[in-house]
Design a protein around this ligand. Structure first.
Ligand SMILES: Cc1ncc(COP(=O)(O)O)c(C=O)c1O
Length: 409
């Protein structure tokens, strides 16, 4: 099976496993694990920050950072499709009691004007009534924006303005090193724009566990308390930090291969009739495309594709493909052939004049258009086409047999 669902699909290489097996270890919670400490020094230096702290994953880096920077009822501003808003189960609201203010943008990269508009909205009511804006979050690269890269000048301008407004800035750098490789800008330069920043080792870098958050000594000291409170402290964590160190030494420069493969995939897919690629020149390793012109909804498409040996995922109404360490150019060719077969076996785009792209369906609810609902195999709930999970009971909706195409509405 070719796994293009996410760059988290990578498996540790043999050499990485050897580095893991021979790691020196100690008690991480007490700050006594030599391999973790070595990793923290490396990352603090890479990002030009005073101190750093080790976590199991990136989501908790975001939660701890938000908790450290804010007080309950503060406003956190982030791009409207930011991972923090759309893909962390609302955890920032639960762990920090903050209000999220979405910033509109093109592909995740917003401008000072966009930020200004959001700040104005936050300040709609007089001082006593409006919530206090405290933190700006930026995502580098932007996942749901299609792996888009903030240019250094764009980032500097927005972060400088944010500082002038009295906000602190946090960078979700899950794929910061993809941005570094794609833009030939140093991680230090990007990181200098933000007060706190983290990088993930489990994406394109190919490690099984690990993320490192960096900032001032004071910030990290406070973050350490929250790490402990959230149950994030570890013991002999050197065995996972060794995988992260190995990734820093061996898997950073090769990210360019993933970017080249994504560009190649986007170009090949755009040649298939019925497939609409959102950006035929992706900046990094993520591409989005639409299959509604094939007369298939995303769940049907993904199931058919899987039958041809390729797994991808869906975000909203689009299909997302992410290239990574474990996917070669040959695998990409295989995936393109599989998609071409699915496209060929579906309704030809010339027959689709009467099929309305799923995205637009809700706007024309009174017409006689065919719509695919997903009936939950567990509770029977009728879910909308863009739902991967049953909104009633949470069951995953990936059974072709549970899709009914004949409903009129
Ligand atoms: C932009 C972004 N931020 C945060 C995360 C969460 O990282 P983790 O899976 O390590 O918790 C992800 C995961 O895909 C991501 O893409």
């Amino acid at each position: 099976m070719i796994l293009l669902t996410s760059d988290t699909e990578t498996k540790p290489t043999h050499a990485m496993r050897q580095a893991i097996a021979s790691a020196e270890v100690g008690d991480e919670q007490k700050g006594e694990d030599p391999t973790v400490n070595q990793l923290l020094e490396r990352v603090a230096d890479l990002l030009g920050k005073e101190d750093a702290i080790f976590f199991a994953c990136g989501t908790i880096c975001n939660f701890v950072s938000i908790k450290t920077h804010t007080r309950p009822a503060d406003v956190v501003l982030a791009e409207e499709m930011a991972h923090i808003i759309r893909a962390e189960s609302g955890g920032a609201a639960m762990t920090s009691g903050v209000l999220m203010e979405p910033i509109s943008s093109e592909r995740g990269i917003f401008t000072v004007n966009d930020l200004e508009r959001s700040l104005e909205r936050v300040a709609t009511a007089p001082y006593l009534y409006s919530a206090t804006p405290r933190l700006l979050c930026v995502e580098q690269t932007h996942n749901f924006g299609g792996g888009s890269v903030w240019r250094l000048d764009e980032l500097r301008e927005v972060c400088e303005f944010s500082r002038q407004q009295g906000l602190v800035t946090h960078m979700d750098g899950a794929r910061l090193l993809n941005a570094v490789v794609a833009s030939q800008t140093t991680a230090k330069d990007f990181a200098a724009c933000a007060d706190s920043v983290w990088i993930d080792f489990t994406k394109g870098l190919g490690a099984p566990i690990g993320a490192v958050l960096a900032g001032t000594k004071e910030f990290i000291s406070e973050a350490r308390r929250y790490k402990h409170i959230f149950g994030g402290a570890m013991r002999q964590a050197g065995i996972v930090a060794a995988g992260c160190l190995y990734a820093l030494d061996h898997h950073v420069e090769r990210l360019q291969e993933d970017h080249d493969n994504a560009t190649y995939l986007a170009r090949r897919l755009s040649e298939i009739e019925g497939i609409t690629v959102k950006d035929t020149k992706p900046e990094t390793n993520i591409i989005f495309f639409d299959v509604s012109r094939l007369g298939l909804d995303k769940v049907m498409f993904l199931n058919l594709l899987q039958e041809h040996g390729v797994k991808m995922g869906a975000v909203g109404n689009s299909i997302r493909a992410v290239t990574h360490l474990d996917v070669s150019r040959t695998d990409i060719d295989f995936a393109v052939d599989a998609i071409a077969k699915v496209a060929k076996s579906s309704v030809g785009s010339k027959d689709l004049e009467n099929v309305v792209p799923f995205k637009e369906n809700s706007a024309i609810a009174s017409t006689n258009t065919v719509r695919n609902y997903h009936f939950c195999p567990n509770c029977g709930h009728k879910n909308l086409p863009n739902h991967n999970f049953c909104i009633k009971c949470g069951t995953q909706l990936n059974e072709l047999t549970n899709t009914k195409q004949t409903d009129k509405y």
